[in-house]
Write a protein that binds this ligand. Structure first.
Ligand SMILES: [Fe+2]
Length: 267
């Protein structure tokens, strides 16, 4: 088959995402055809670079969300910006730009699959899953203690992985059952990543975005000890138990929008 060099890579990704996730939604367990399509999609996404989307790396300006920056938030730009590329019933695709030191706080993707591919810079991704048995085991005491009204919003969870990604890394994958919750932190300056979600968020269909805070059991590891673990290059398949509290969207996180400058995509 002749190679198709005229179709922009991002258009090929959109076509392959539609094919892959339409198949996955029809057969949630997947089959050999879906697995093959997913492998092709991962291969295309792995190849994408910022230049393919005409996204230029930003200068290293601290984000308003970064610790230590002074001044009223309304006078500063958003810590995170989203460039919408396309959305169908099957999937949505866009680019997140993170300022230096910015984070996308821990959040979920209920019933969704996803792919995150770094375009420039470096990010740290911490992935969690809520555990099926929820609160069947009594939660420990936390530091600081929970308010009584917070207890129903506590989830037992597993910390699945803490991994750093750069533009040469393959995509970070998530599914309804695996690595579904994540926190994304820009490391060593600004970063950007391509984000594909399938199906897209849709609160009317039970797919709203919720935010979470990791609770620290009383007498558990200190923040510093936890950070030391995170700074190890890759911690694969870590099965550390975690306790998450559902919280409102953090005040220091908000997402601005700007136009996507790359090749037009029809999905
Ligand atoms: Fe996400």
């Amino acid at each position: 088959m002749p190679r198709d060099n005229k179709t922009p890579l991002i258009q090929k990704i959109a076509q392959q995402a539609r094919l892959t996730f339409r198949g996955l939604q029809a057969a949630p367990g997947g089959d050999a055809v879906v697995a093959d399509r997913l492998a092709q999609l991962i291969s295309l996404v792995t190849a994408v670079r910022a230049a393919d989307l005409k996204v230029a790396p930003r200068k290293s300006k601290p984000s308003p969300g970064a610790a230590g920056l002074q001044g009223p938030p309304e006078l500063q730009g958003p810590p995170v910006t989203y460039m919408h590329i396309c959305e169908t019933e099957v999937f949505s695709m866009g680019v997140f730009l993170l300022g230096g030191g910015a984070s996308i706080p821990l959040h979920d993707h209920p019933g969704m699959n996803g792919m995150l591919k770094v375009l420039y810079g470096k990010v740290n991704v911490r992935c969690f899953d809520k555990l099926e048995d929820g609160l069947s085991s009594a939660p420990p005491r936390f530091d600081p203690p929970l308010a009584p009204q917070e207890t129903p919003s506590v989830w037992r969870a597993a910390l699945r992985s803490v991994t750093q990604y750069s533009e040469t890394s393959g995509p970070c994958l998530l599914s309804p059952a695996r690595d579904n919750l994540h926190q994304v932190d820009a490391l060593d300056g600004p970063a950007a990543f391509l984000d594909i979600l399938a199906p897209p968020y849709n609160p009317e269909d039970g797919r709203d975005c919720h935010y979470y805070k990791v609770l620290r059991p009383a007498g558990g590891r200190s923040q510093e000890q936890r950070r030391e673990v995170e700074e190890e290059e890759v911690v694969e398949e870590e099965v550390e138990e975690a306790w998450l509290l559902e919280v409102p969207q953090p005040e220091d996180f908000w997402c601005g929008g700007e136009p996507y400058p790359g090749p037009a995509v029809s999905a």
